[in-house]
Write a new protein. Sequence first.
Length: 143
Amino acid sequence: MNTYNLHCDCNKVALTLSGEPKVKAYCHCIDCRELLNSPFAPVTAWTEENAAITAGEEHVSIYQHPSLRMKKYFCSHCGEVLFNTNCVDWRVVPQLLIAKNHDHQLPEELTATAHIFYEQRVVDISDDLPKHLRGFSSPLFAG
């Protein structure tokens, strides 16, 4: 089983990812864009059991979005986003955080395999990954 040990910029909070993520993708959904203030989010999504805060829980602050069923968990000292939750309570970990904790290189097995919610995109992406209009079981973008 793969294990990834992460920490925030100031090292006050540690997070351990284990096993396989539910999702490895670039998310273009409106909700992620609004919560993360980004045109898309390169993420891995994990169950709560597979993404555990292992140190410094007292330094974790939680922002509950006022209208979405999403929360952002971040270090109260350095502000680093550890993960956010989505509408099914998966812990959505930024690929940037994982890469920063692995010599600025995302482990190959965690590389995004697709774009999701591409119909909601605000920027076109030119790569060879499949671009699903909604989730993974939705039709592909035919542009």
